[in-house]
Design a protein around this ligand. Sequence first.
Ligand code: GDP
Ligand code: GDP
Length: 436
Amino acid sequence: MPKPVVAIVGRPNVGKSTIFNRIVGERVSIVEDIPGVTRDRIYAEAEWLTHQFNIIDTGGIEIGDEPFLAQIRHQAEIAIDEADVIIFVTNGREGLTAADEEVAKILYRSNKPVVLAVNKIDNPNMREQIFDFYSLGFGEPFPISGSHGIGLGDLLDEVVKHFKNKTEEEYDEDIIKFSLIGRPNVGKSSLVNAILGEERVIVSDIAGTTRDAIDTTFTYNGQDFVIIDTAGMRKKGKVYESTEKYSVLRALKAIERSDVVLVVLNGEEGIIEQDKRIAGYAHEAGKGVVIVVNKWDAVEKDEKTMKQFEQKIRDHFLFLDYAPMVFLSAKTKKRLHTLMPNIIMASENHAKRVQTNVLNDVIMDAVAMNPTPTDKGTRLKIYYATQVAVKPPTFVIFVNDPELLHFSYERFLENRIRDAFGFEGTPIKIIARARK
Ligand code: GDP
Ligand code: GDP
């Protein structure tokens, strides 16, 4: 089931990003310690009671050097386009402003539910500040304090009331869903067309257009796939369409629905910082990853070029060391046939379960080979390991004290698990738990 999306809007400095960070909390990430992954705090998963949702800080999406009012107007439009529920944030200390009314005007035009928050109400005797805000016409304003974490519970109670059961998309468990992400012009659309035009590919349905993407289902060697194409669906005429943050937002939504993500690079241009950020999102989402170097036809090469290019990419994307890499041309179709087998492999490994007894043998052998570390006189003890989830494969290791499982040792265990079971194409997660 796709998760509902909540967007935060409001003029600058009312406290949107403070509230966003509060709601998101500090999630434990699988890549925390891995250099090279830049976090972008405009889109994140969040949870309230039993509800899981995604949340967007539209304030983080800046549109070029547009004037102030145009800027916030576009952010409100993005919220309307992308979200199921909108949190409209105002500042109770400053009171109602013309810019607030401007945002309100745009929100009136949508049918999306709007929950009005009056922020910076840091103590109860400031509560009467909220009365002015009734005039915005969004019902009862919720007094909150983002920086003190006051009132957010009531606000979120109201937000989740508006969640509807989405039935938009539901694919079978055995369908492999994949998407393509990458900078503009690396050739994502061309690659989608090339894949769908492949000889062994039988397209079954192109109709599935969701709000964010065009889903095409097809069969390849008897296996069903869905290709989630956001590049092909451009929101024509929208000013914010070409901004980087907005395309990131679209990519993140596609990644979320995918089993495997193709990180598409332009072989002709090499790697730039933006590629690294984009690749980081795929990794952080815990999806299978295949690195695709496109436009290989346009690269002058000898027998060493591919190896050298691969090494360069590996050096840049240390956190994607598990991802297979394919070099191809969407234009000439050269080496295109190497892509689908890699998507299948990544997807199989992403969903792979290993036997508990074999896993424990591997861990114990690893410990025998490289003794567990000690910290302040206490040695890490590993009692037992078990795989608790797939997509991505997730392992819980029961230990005497989780603090003692340092990153380097965790990395060592991960590598032993990879050597033993071959998880090529998928990240894996290791979680240490204390056994009393
Ligand atoms: P944004 O531009 O809307 O994302 O606003 P920020 O989250 O960056 O906050 C703007 C300023 O308001 C920062 O200095 C925050 O520390 C401050 N701020 C945010 N929430 C509160 C609050 O609840 N009370 C007070 N007093 N200050 C806040
Ligand atoms: P997108 O923005 O990532 O979807 O990129 P497009 O698919 O629109 O492609 C951008 C440009 O790159 C177009 O002019 C394509 O014709 C060109 N292009 C795409 N794939 C290849 C390729 O494999 N080789 C070469 N030489 N050009 C390509």
